[in-house]
Ligand binder design. Structure first.
Ligand code: FE2
Length: 165
């Protein structure tokens, strides 16, 4: 891998996010299926819809970057690891209330990864003078932050249910 400019690093980070988002799209239906808290199910379902939009926003930027940039050039191993950990939780013999709490723990790891990555690419886009890209990336960043806060709120109750189980 050759990286000689902030622009190239921006593209690299964007490819990483593209892979991460697509892995999330693949993983979320399973979490929706396994969650037994209706609020958590609804939260995951909403985030699945949002994530489709996140991919579309990345697609818009890739379209403008041109044909010689392959958006599917990278596999995000960070997200792959987080999702593998979550998959192990799904296989565990967990009581539903404890599983719900564990699903939140995993989902917040996903969100924090995304918040870090979108924060970085927004900053790079700003330095590269692309305010149109900054706007797109900030929209997604804000949705990731909102999702994270919503998960924290849900954890307030769900962790207590897990404790009482
Ligand atoms: Fe996302």
């Amino acid at each position: 891998m050759k990286l000689e400019s902030l622009h190239e690093l921006f593209v690299e980070e964007l490819q990483d996010l593209y892979s991460a988002e697509n892995q999330i799209l693949e993983a979320l239906p399973k979490l929706i299926e396994k969650a037994t808290s209706p609020e958590l199910k609804a939260g995951f379902t909403k985030h699945l819809e949002q994530s489709r939009e996140h991919v579309r926003r990345l697609d818009q930027i890739f379209d403008q970057l041109g044909k010689n940039v392959d958006r599917e050039d990278k596999k995000c191993k960070g997200m792959e690891g987080i999702i593998k950990d979550n998959a192990e939780l799904l296989k565990a013999n967990a009581v539903p209330e404890v599983l719900n709490a564990g699903l939140i723990a995993g989902a917040q790891r996903v969100e924090h990864y995304e918040i870090a990555a979108y924060g970085t690419v927004s900053t790079y886009a700003q330095l590269l003078g692309r305010n149109d890209w900054v706007q797109l990336l900030h929209q997604t960043l804000n949705e990731e932050k909102e999702t994270d806060m919503k998960l924290t709120e849900l954890a307030g109750e769900i962790n207590l249910e897990a404790q009482a189980a």
